[in-house]
Design a protein around this ligand. Structure first.
Ligand code: ADP
Ligand code: MG
Length: 723
């Protein structure tokens, strides 16, 4: 938004930056930004944590000293000292006198030794509490207190009121935020227009928007702020649900994906390729996907299932449906190692068919530029049927002739909302719709229902419950570092029975996914060397990490798969997706350094085959923080990925867990999920009705609503060309 210099007659609009407020310079703006506040509208939606009853300030001489009334006074501290308790178990007290022009008030706080460093003579102070007369003087015991600025810039409390207490940040305490918010209210409220259609405000008995802002921050009655909050929360949730509903309408009306053929014959042909029968859960998800794919409404489906639940084969089914309808399919993986593995296993499964499977990764290690050029040409002319790759697939140079199904594996590794945009040539169909592939995203991270109603609301969700038959649950052991020797002795016993093992070493420096740091590589090499010495040459130990050249990495993985390598010492490059069913033992060194989800993913590498041996995961850990102890306890306590995810969310907080902070989705400031679930359902229903009636929100009554919607969600939901 273009902002001219502030002038007296240019009213401040809600979208204006906070720096337009008097007294907000760079430092303040930075502190506000830490709270996620950039515009005046953000400031108005900064929700108080609670409210405090504040009473009018009186002169000390006039303070009521009988009854239960809470009084408020201000003055300057004239004396302060700590009086230790007399005798064992007696409380000490911090004692001070507060003086204004009219008199002196005695203050005492029991057991409050910390006040010694905080309250000093000369400090202006506001106190609040009951006043009693003691020894001829008015006195407050354990009053609430608040330091006031030296310059007396703080205005005295004129009347009784509820004072909002705001989430604060360093250098910006609640009362400073309050002052800014009051200034913003005064400057902006006259310009605030209510985007809600009058019908809705009436039906739900909602306050007008300006009044809601006013009552949230300046409530005059004790209950005012609750109504205000409800209105503002509804507003947020309605906009979010409108965005989601409009996105869905947009996809079905303005986008088109190829309607694929399905049927018994095709189904049989595809299943013949699989070396096992699908589980009931896999069958159900395949049916859900197939129902999407036979229409020309683009599929946007998320498949969630725990590590090892068998998601790949479900994705392969969808891709083969595309190919049997003579379209192309693509599978995107977060690491080269996983892309290579998918390429290998899918190539194996499709051996003898005429499906042309290709691998496209971005690393310097891929075939030379001539090979790459040829590959891009095959993708463009349709002679590559099934293309597997990394993020390189979404590069501008990769244009498919006719992409039917695009799969994103391990979606959570790409960041929550970054939806891949794989493209076909000839972007528009005859009737002007945009040609897009059907999209399938897969994740091992279960999405709680609240999130599937909010930030994942534009995706349909399928869940693969359970695991393929014959899996024996992993046996988990936690040992401390000095027991590691015993672990490796036992490892030798297991190797002697023909088992294979991973030993995972943490990254020393957090490099990116495929690029481990030099020191990590050194520690991988040292660890492998130590193991070789311990195992006395009887077993083959190899290393794999992100810096290994592709052909070398493939060679090592192949030798591990073939059973020629017995122990694979690895960094977290093996974390996602790697599938070697015979590997049944894992040792994770410095397990305390890994995140909980990461530990679960790593452990998911073992116990993937039907076997009679009980897989074993040993966490070598020396946790020193509470969180680390929680993580290690949680990972050892269960193999259930859904429970682990819950625990992880509890430890890390939901925003951090789902990377919603990086999602580009505007945060919900007033609404509280799951607390406002009822309101969310209401908003969802209303949004659907609005979109059913006027999906582009083109009518006059909806103009403002649409503008606000596109402003907030246009980018994150990809609705820009709707506006
Ligand atoms: P994830 O869900 O973690 O991606 P995968 O798709 O890699 O899991 O499957 C894990 C292992 O289970 C693979 O070795 C796969 O071949 C095997 N698998 C998948 N489905 C079945 C099934 N229905 N019966 C037996 N094994 C299966
Ligand atoms: Mg997988």
């Amino acid at each position: 938004m273009a902002q001219g210099p502030p002038t007296a007659d240019a009213p401040l609009m809600p979208g204006a930056p906070v720096t337009r407020l008097p007294g907000v310079g760079a430092a303040r703006a930075k502190a506000l930004a830490r709270l996620g506040i950039v515009t005046l509208a953000d400031l108005l939606r900064h929700r108080p944590i609670r409210y405090e009853q504040l009473n009018a300030e009186g002169l000390i001489r006039d303070l009521p000293t009988t009854g239960d009334a809470i009084a408020t006074a201000r003055g300057i501290i004239t004396a302060a000292r700590w009086v230790p308790g007399q005798g064992y178990g007696k409380k000490g007290r911090f004692q001070a006198t507060l003086q204004d022009d009219s008199g002196t008030l005695a203050l005492a706080w029991f057991n409050a030794g910390y006040l010694r460093d905080t309250l000093h003579p000369g400090q202006p102070l506001r106190v609040q509490g009951k006043v009693k007369r003691f020894d001829g003087y008015p006195q407050m015991v354990n009053p609430k207190w608040e330091k006031l600025p030296d310059d007396d810039a703080d205005t005295p409390e004129q009347g009784d009121r509820l004072r909002p207490v705001y989430p604060a940040t360093e250098g910006l305490p609640s009362h400073a935020i309050e002052k800014l918010i009051l200034a913003a209210l005064d400057a902006v409220l006259p310009q605030v227009q209510d985007p809600l259609p009058a019908g809705l405000t009436r039906a739900h008995n909602l306050l007008p928007l300006a009044e809601a802002f006013e009552n949230l921050h300046r409530p005059s009655e004790p209950d005012d702020h609750q109504e205000a909050r409800r209105r503002l929360a509804y507003n947020e949730l309605l906009l979010l649900q409108l965005g989601i509903a409009m996105k869905r309408a947009y996809v079905s009306k303005r986008q088109q994906a190829p309607a694929l053929k399905a049927g018994d014959a095709i189904d049989r042909r595809i299943r013949e390729r699989f070396p096992f029968r699908l589980t009931a859960a896999q069958d159900r998800v395949v049916a859900e996907i197939t129902a999407d794919l036979v229409t020309d409404t683009p599929m946007n489906r998320l498949v969630q299932g725990d590590v090892g639940s068998g998601k790949t084969v479900v994705a392969l089914y969808a891709m083969l449906l595309a190919i049997s309808s003579r379209r192309q399919a693509a599978l995107m993986a977060p690491t080269e190692l996983l892309a290579e593995q998918h390429f290998r296993s899918i190539t194996d499964l499709l051996k003898g068919s005429d499906v042309r499977v290709r691998l496209l990764t971005g690393g310097a290690s891929t075939a030379g530029s001539a090979g790459r050029k040829k590959l891009l040409a095959e993708i463009a002319d349709g002679s590559a049927d099934l293309v597997i790759g990394t993020q390189a697939l979404v590069s501008d140079r990769v244009v498919f002739k006719d992409l039917g199904v695009a799969v994103v594996d391990e979606q959570h590794r790409f960041g929550v909302m970054q939806r891949a945009r794989l493209r076909s040539a000839g972007e528009h169909t005859g009737d002007g719709r945009l040609r897009v592939p059907h999209q399938l995203v897969m994740t091992a991270t279960p999405i709680p229902r609240t999130l599937s109603l909010t930030i994942f609301g534009d995706l349909d969700v399928s869940t693969i419950t359970g695991k393929p038959p014959g899996r024996i649950p992993v046996d988990n052991r936690v040992v401390s570092e000095h027991q590691a020797d015993t672990v490796y002795e036992y490892l030798a016993t297991r190797l002697g029975r023909g088992e294979q093992a991973y030993v995972v070493v943490p990254a020393i420096d957090s490099g990116d996914d495929d690029g481990d740091s030099e020191s990590t590589l050194k520690s991988v090499a040292e660890h492998a060397q130590r193991l070789r010495e311990k195992l006395g040459g009887a077993y083959e130990v190899a290393e794999v990490h992100g810096r290994l050249a592709r052909d070398e990495r493939e060679r090592v993985m192949q030798r591990f798969r073939d059973g020629l390598v017995h122990v694979l010492v690895a960094t977290t490059v093996i974390e996602v997706g790697v599938d070697v069913p015979n590997a049944s033992v894992m040792v994770i060194e410095h397990a305390e350094r890994f995140g909980l989800a990461q530990l679960h993913q790593l452990r998911g590498r073992i116990g993937r085959g039907a076997s009679t041996r009980r897989p074993l995961c040993v966490f070598v850990a020396t946790p020193t923080t509470d969180d680390a102890i929680d993580r290690i306890n949680a990972i050892a306590a269960t193999n259930d990925g859904f429970k682990i995810a819950e625990e992880d969310m509890r430890i890390r907080g939901m925003g951090e867990f789902f990377g919603t902070k990086q999602s580009g989705m505007p945060p919900l400031r007033v609404a509280d999920i799951p607390g406002d679930l009822d309101l969310l359902q209401l908003a969802k229903r209303d949004a659907q009705q609005l979109i059913n009636a006027d999906w582009l929100l083109a009518s006059d009554e909806h103009t403002l609503l649409k503008r606000v919607l596109i402003q907030q969600y246009g980018e994150s939901l990809g609705l820009v060309d709707v506006g």
